[in-house]
Each structure stands twice: as structure tokens, then as C-alpha cells.
Design a protein around this ligand. Sequence first.
Ligand SMILES: *[C@@H]1O[C@H](CO)[C@@H](O)[C@H](O)[C@H]1NC(C)=O
Ligand SMILES: *[C@@H]1O[C@H](CO)[C@@H](O)[C@H](O)[C@H]1NC(C)=O
Ligand SMILES: *[C@@H]1O[C@H](CO)[C@@H](O)[C@H](O)[C@H]1NC(C)=O
Ligand SMILES: *[C@@H]1O[C@H](CO)[C@@H](O)[C@H](O)[C@H]1NC(C)=O
Length: 643
Amino acid sequence: MKSQTTFVLLSLCLLPIIFVLADSRSFSIDYKNNCFQKDGKPFQYISGSIHYSRIPREYWKDRLLKMYMTGLNAIQVYVPWNFHGTVQGVFNFAGDRDLEYFLNLANQTGLLVILRPGPYICAEWEMGGLPAWLLQKPNIILRSADTDYLKPASEWLAVLLTKMRPWLYQNGGNIISVQVENEYGSYFACDYNYMRHLHTLFRLFLGEDVILFTTDGNTDKEMICGTLEGLYATIDFGTDTNITAAFIRQRRFEPKGPLVNSEFYTGWLDHWGDKHASVDTVKVSKMLGEMLSMGASVNMYMFEGGTNFGYWNGADHDSRFRSVVTSYDYNAPLSEAGDPTDKLLAIRDVIKNFRDIPVGPMPPATPKFAYGFVTLQKVCKTLFISGLSLCYVNCVQYYGFMLYRTTLPRNVPEPTPLISPLNGIHDRAYVSVNGVYQGLMERDTALVMNVTGQQGDQLDILVENMGRVNFGSYINDKKGLLGNLILGNDVLTDWSIYPLDIDTAVANGWLQAAHSGSAMEAGDGPMIYSGTLKSTGLAWDTFVKLNGWTKGQVWVNEVNLGRYWPQRGPQQTLYVPGPFLSATQPNNITVLELERAPSHRRILFMDRPHNAIWSLSFLIPKKDIDHYLEPNNPSSHMKTCCC
Ligand SMILES: *[C@@H]1O[C@H](CO)[C@@H](O)[C@H](O)[C@H]1NC(C)=O
Ligand SMILES: *[C@@H]1O[C@H](CO)[C@@H](O)[C@H](O)[C@H]1NC(C)=O
Ligand SMILES: *[C@@H]1O[C@H](CO)[C@@H](O)[C@H](O)[C@H]1NC(C)=O
Ligand SMILES: *[C@@H]1O[C@H](CO)[C@@H](O)[C@H](O)[C@H]1NC(C)=O
């Protein structure tokens, strides 16, 4: 059945060869036998991707143990520069950013590490891991030898790689190889000087012994621009690809050495407004088996996807801007909440044919709890008061929301078009006049809306950053209001710009204020709601569903869970990890609803994600399904509340 070509590709890795004893700890490429070599013996890795930045620290160990128990011998990890260097000149490695603690847990669990420190990582992560402050240099060419980019990138790598050096396998740690850049061949710049500079830096800080490699997509163009002499060239592809053809392509760039698929896609990501993506378990396990039997080393991307908490999701820009959803479940073998799935069991059955998998039970799913409904109150402060600072040119707020304020230049008694002629709203704008909501505009899809009002009325435009583009030529994705707005025939000018640091306001309890006072219209548009989830003595995982709510952001205590947008979907529930909850104190819930809240103002904490209800519906009595899926109750225009 095997063609001659396939035979050529078969790695000698699989043949029983007597090896000479090498140094006690070594990890290298054996070009003679087309193999990796660990401590002088042939070695094939079976690895899975996991991103510590998408999992609460408390759960790192649990997820790693589940990967180990599946039979993996390695993990692959991205390091997002912007997660550690959110502000220029600051390098944060504490708490959820404690990379060395993560490496230590992996080492204790018995997992080797394939490190991908970027500086660009893609990963469907905000701006592909690059810090947004780089864009303060207006003409910067990211991912190139442009010094505006290369200088801060080199400073970051000096800090990061110096920390990583003791963790290299040769030095007593568990890092067996380190990727330079990431799929660089799919970027337009194709700048070999940049890649050579990175190569020099990586060698300078990591030494001569560690394997440095590149990963690129399965085309000649990508392999040509992404590979460099001295960096081992690997390839990535998913279940729709012809394995033999893909590895023949890798062989053209690496005639000898191990076959490596650095990203074998177990699933795929979701964008808001797109259909939920999934990849068939049978295809994944069958192809994994085929690659392993060729002696290839394989990393499964993702093995545990996790969550884009806060504002960390990325976006794509192909025909239009498409933002990545909050969940990074990825249809991976471990679910977003870290629970083993059928896909994991199928993969484990494949791995059993290639290596002994650890004895002992697979750790169970973490316990989940349905805390039930919480009714929220409108917080009677306007959004725009607490925690504001005024700025005009370079507002130092990179994520979340900015308020642009000016006045109407003339009377507009009839509905008059407000236009963004250059598509300069990045990414969504919520417009009100004298505090009364008028509607919204959206990048690429809604560039005109109508406004009415009097000359001198206050025009407020709340602009939402939906996550910066993480892939392709559009990664210089500036946010805010980037071009003039025109009302009728008038260009609007004299803007005041306010960064809205809602996260600090939430953390300081400013948005949990008492609700009392005189009546006020509770119209549509951006509003804060808050409430408490009573303590139950439990701090178990849960999923919050905002049925009837439109679009916004949710916080539990100080933690920003991410964006919700049930109207656009496909994601319908947000994952709330147990460690974010208090078992003993009431938990503070804050919701920023941008468009329209339902009149019931309830949110529901369930013990499973919404999607699981459908897949498990044969197990759940009908009445309970109804409980989960309360009718989508549209907002009545009640005038309510307070202040
Ligand atoms: C990694 O784990 C091994 C085995 O438990 C241990 O001997 C070694 O000291 C650990 N390395 C580090 C850097 O913690
Ligand atoms: C896969 O690619 C190989 C090499 O190009 C080719 O010989 C083979 O026919 C392909 N298989 C299929 C199913 O297309
Ligand atoms: C604006 O108002 C005009 C006049 O009422 C109407 O014809 C038009 O459809 C409206 N445009 C939008 C974008 O709502
Ligand atoms: C909720 O907010 C109150 C008032 O700000 C605070 O005292 C309490 O500690 C918060 N609860 C939790 C679990 O953080």
C-alpha cells in the first residue's frame, strides 16, 4: 500500500539501533537516523499545546496531569509578550504570568517542553502577542528589522531568554527545543535580516546546544520565507492535508532529520457570527496514528485551549474584520474547562500503540455547580464618571473602551446620517446624544447611522476595541476612532478623549454602589449592572448564560471573564473557573451591557456550557432543558430606577 515516496519518508527512528552512550543529559537532532535524540537514544515526541495565559494558575497542574495521563511526553507553550509586557518597560512574571512556575509543574509532571517565545506568536491572541504600545510609533513595521520594532523586541527577548536558559534540557530543565518567530513565512515582509537577527539573539542567550526551529504552513512560499539556515524547519497542517505530500515538502527544506508536524489541528477557533467550528475525532485520531507510525514527532494544537479572559482575544482580517470569541475551547481533547472528552480518549487509544501510557486513572472533570439565577441592578452612575482621565493624543489605554465626546455643530431635528467615511471605527461605536442612546456603528459592516439633536448637545461615542488582528498583513491594528466622522455635511471636530478604565473601577468596588434615589430613564445603550452571587460554601466551576442580554463584558469579583454576545453567537455561555469565586463571601457580579439589557435582568449560572446541553440533551429531562433555555426575553421599554 505504501508508495515508494512514503517509504523514503519513513524515519529510521523506529528501527532498533544500538546507540553509543552520549552525555548524560542531551537533546539533539540525529541527522543520520532522521530522529531526535535524547540522552543518546532515539526520541519521538507526542506533544500537545497548552497556553498558561488562558488557564487560571490554580488549574495548571490539573491540566498538565491530564495531558501526561493521555500519554503525551511533551507540551508546546507560547509566551505572549504583551501578557508579560502590557506596559512598556515592565516585565511581569507574577501570579498567572509565572512562566517558571508553569515550567516547574510541567517538569514535576514528567512533561518536556517545546517553547515558542515569539516574539510574535499569532495564537488567536490579541495582536498575535505583540504589545499594543508598539503602535505608538506610527510607521513601525512589525516583525521586521525596523529598529522601532527590533529594539523593544530584543530587550524583551533578553529578559525572557535569560530566564529560560536554566530551563533548557541540557542545563537540567525540561525545554527540549525553542521556536524562533512563528509561521514567519505567512507574513508579507519576508525579511531575512530580521530572522538572522533573531537567530543571533537566541543563540546568544540560549547557547549553542539547544535545538532552534521554525514552523511554517504547508506551502512553498511559506517555507521559503519562514525558514533560515541554522534553524530546523518544521511544518504544520491539519486533517484536510495529505500527510505524505506535506512531509515531502518538509524534506525539501530538511533533507535529513526528524519529520515534525508542529501544529496538528485537533479542532479550530470560533469567530463571533460564524458557525461553531469542530474537527472530527475519527479523522484526528486516524491521522495522528499515521504520522506517528511514520516516526514523525507531532504536536497537537490545541490539546487544552482554555479561555480568552478579559480583552485577550485576537481577530482576523480577511474579507472583513472578524473577532475571535471569548472561549478558546478549540474543540480540543480537553475542553475549555479542562475536562477530558471523547477526543482525548480516542487519542489516548492511538498513543497506546506507540508508547506505554502511564498507569493510573485519568483525573476526573473538575466539579461544576449550577448556582442558579442572579438578578442584577442598574448601577446609577453614568459610565463616564468614575476613574476617568482626559487625554488628547496618545491615550495610554490599550484595551477595552474609550469615550470620544464632542458637541453637535448644528441643529439636526430630522434623522441625519452620521458617517464613518474611511471605515475608521475600530471596532464598534455606541452613540448617544445628551445621554440618550441613538444606535451603533461597526467596522466594515455598519458605517452609517442616524442622529437627531440640537446644536450644542453632547455627542458621546463609546468605542470598543474588539481585539487586535493577530494574523496576516493587518496586524498594525490601531484602535479607537481613526478617521473623521461626518454628520450630514459637517466634519465633527473638537473631540475630548477619555480612556475608560472599567477594570480598575470594578476592582475598587466603585460599580457596586447602592441603588437609590429619584427616577431616571433606563434607556438602551451602554450601562453597568451589578449584583451578588450568594456564597454557597462552594467555589466550583460554573458557566454563566446571559439570556436576552445583547453584548458586553462580565466581571466576577475582580476578574474580567471576557465578552458575551449571545445575539451574534456562536458562544452562549462564559466559563467561570472555581478559583475566581469565593466560597465564603458574596461574589460581586458586574455586567457592562453595551446595547440593551432584558427586562428580567437575570443571568444564570449553570453547571455546563450551553453547547453541551444540545449534545447531552438525550440525557437531560425536557423540563430541565427548558430551565436552561429560558425564552429569549426582549427588553421592554420600562422606565425604571433610581439615582
Ligand atoms: C525536573 O524534574 C526532575 C525529576 O523530578 C528533577 O530531577 C529536576 O531537578 C527538575 N528540574 C528542575 C529545573 O526543576
Ligand atoms: C498524497 O500525496 C502523495 C504524494 O504527493 C500522492 O502520491 C498521493 O496520491 C496523495 N494521496 C491522496 C489520497 O491524494
Ligand atoms: C436615516 O433616516 C432616513 C430618513 O428617516 C431613512 O430613510 C434612512 O433609512 C435612515 N438610515 C439609517 C441608516 O437608519
Ligand atoms: C464584593 O464587594 C464588597 C464591597 O466592595 C467587598 O467588600 C467584598 O470583599 C467583595 N467580594 C469579593 C468576594 O471579593
